[in-house]
Design a protein around this ligand. Structure first.
Ligand code: GLU
Length: 509
């Protein structure tokens, strides 16, 4: 029987999570769950110079928001921990030593200044078979000199010795057979002077120790793959290597290159999953969550960026994605990001989501706007009335806020050009009509009854209901939007309707 499927998401905690990163998580997760396997979060924090406070927490929060919870992680623990590479530091040295013993790696004593000098001297300098003998390392120096340097604790790094004139290849689940010419690959550092492994050594050792069966990551990691394949060959044997899948890039809307954080800023849409506050610059980058996306919609739209089930179906729940996901339907080519389409997914999910759940999500937006909800059940009802018109959660402020609070801005400019004395009299009288209803003990009235009365009053004033509807709507909600006007009056009740009519009449007079 095949080994249990174990996949990993292995981010370096250096900043906010790009939607491409979350899609990598999603495809890992779907593949694991589809195969009753395990999904592991491993934090690759060996590069201490790139440490950013808060970034790991952000990753965990993002995964939790998306409902992509790992089975094993720094937070959840597991049998193969620790799950933070910085805490695994003592585990790596023996593998670097083994590579040295086997003749697949060597000590390099070059100082940063030596390297800088070489870079100045030789254009496009690469530490590889072409130049390694001109550098200070255990291949170019005599054994005595090397022993002496080591004895004196001279700082060194360990580099892989990439063989000359070989072809290294891997069978990528998405791209098929991919091969690399080793002459193009440089001798990457595996262990740094401080004893910390680099990403290249750590990723291979940990995928082995954590019994990873499939390694899925973004296409941008493909150039590193030959180094990883060589390390697998030297350390554990190629038959032990996980199956690789390099996922296609998410492209700019025009298809020209990888979608970047800067594209989002330029075009006015989020690229990160959640708001990211960068402690180094004090800048916050907007996220899908705070823009008002539902996690269900975010996951759904990410799944469709590079995958489909071969039909036209676009709307998927997580369970449907798990059931339907297969890697052979992931496209090779990059997927263009379309923000309008992303909003469409959210609007569809808003329609689908339970009104009570939506009310809980909308409440914080109302709180921020100072819109007070006295009766939560009423909010649930209102959500049901307006949800068809909302693409993003903050849209509920405009579409539903007026049920709870009189609009602060009234678009009188849209009423004024056709405003006339007759209409002024009509609305005066409408207010009086509503007052008389209150005097008769009514708080509100059914929309149908309000409509009949409105039409009767219009004809009494020799006006067509059609020319009164728009001004009435604007008085009630502030602008040209919202559901039927009489439903609005019924919902906000007579007293509020009178106050809004009077306020607008003052502005118009
Ligand atoms: N640590 C790498 C990153 O930051 C992981 C690449 C991989 O999955 O091998 O994305």
């Amino acid at each position: 029987m095949d080994a249990k499927v174990r996949v990993r998401f292995a981010p370096s905690p250096t900043g906010g999570l790009h939607l491409g990163g979350v899609r990598t998580v999603l495809f890992n997760y779907l593949f694991a769950k589809h195969n009753n396997g395990e999904f592991i979060l491993r934090i690759e924090d060996t590069d201490q110079t790139r440490f950013v406070s808060g970034a790991e927490q952000y990753i965990q929060d993002t995964l939790a928001w998306c409902g992509l919870l790992p089975d094993e992680s720094p937070l959840h623990g597991g049998n193969y921990g620790p799950y933070r590479q910085s805490e695994r530091k003592p585990m790596y040295k023996q593998y670097a030593d083994k590579l040295i013993e086997q003749g697949n790696a060597y000590y390099a004593f070059d100082t940063p200044e030596d390297l800088d000098e070489k870079r100045k001297e030789i254009p496009n300098f690469q530490y590889s078979h072409t130049h390694r003998m001109g550098m200070k390392n255990s291949l170019s120096l005599s054994k005595e000199v090397v022993d002496e340097l080591l004895k004196n604790n001279t700082p060194y790094v360990i580099r892989i010795q990439v063989p000359e004139n070989e072809e290294v290849s891997l069978d990528d689940v998405i791209r098929g057979h991919v091969s690399f010419d080793t002459n193009m690959v440089d001798d990457k550092v595996l262990l740094k002077a401080d004893g910390m492994p680099t990403y290249h050594l750590a990723v291979v050792v940990d995928d082995h120790l954590m019994k990873i069966t499939h390694a899925f990551r973004g296409e941008e990691w493909l150039p590193s793959a030959p180094v990883h394949v060589l390390l697998w060959k030297y350390l554990f044997g190629l038959d032990q290597m996980p199956k690789w899948a390099h996922l296609p890039l998410i492209l700019k809307p025009d298809g020209n290159g990888k979608l970047s954080k800067r594209d989002g800023e330029r075009l006015g849409f989020p690229v990160f999953a959640m708001d990211w506050f960068d402690p180094n610059t004090n800048n916050t980058t907007i996220g899908f969550k705070e823009r008002g996306f539902l996690p269900e919609a975010f996951v759904n739209l990410l799944a469709m960026l590079g995958w489909n089930d071969g039909t036209d179906k676009e709307m998927y729940t997580m369970d449907e994605l798990i059931a339907g996901f297969s890697l052979d339907r992931v496209h090779k080519g990059g997927a263009k990001f379309d923000y309008e389409k992303a909003k469409w997914f959210n609007a569809e999910w808003i329609k689908k989501l339970d009104n009570k759940k939506l009310a809980d999500l909308v409440q914080p937006y109302f709180d921020k706007e100072g819109i007070e909800v006295q009766d939560p059940a009423y909010l649930v009802k209102v959500i049901g009335l307006v949800k068809e018109r909302c693409h993003l959660l903050p849209d509920f402020i405009a579409q539903a806020g007026f049920y709870f609070k009189a609009p602060t801005e009234i678009d009188t400019a849209s009423i004024a050009p056709k405003w006339e004395e007759k209409k002024q009299c009509f609305f005066d009288e409408l207010g009086k009509l509503y007052s008389s209803k209150i005097e008769a003990g009514m708080i509100t009235a059914p929309a149908a009854e309000l409509e009949v009365e409105f039409k009767e009053l219009a004809s009494k004033h020799d006006l067509k209901p059609g020319e009164l509807m728009l001004p009435f709507r604007i008085m009630l909600v502030g602008g040209k939007f919202g559901p039927g006007v009489f439903e609005i009056v019924e919902a906000i009740a007579l007293k509020d309707a009178i106050a809004r009519i009077e306020h607008s009449l003052q502005l118009l007079s």
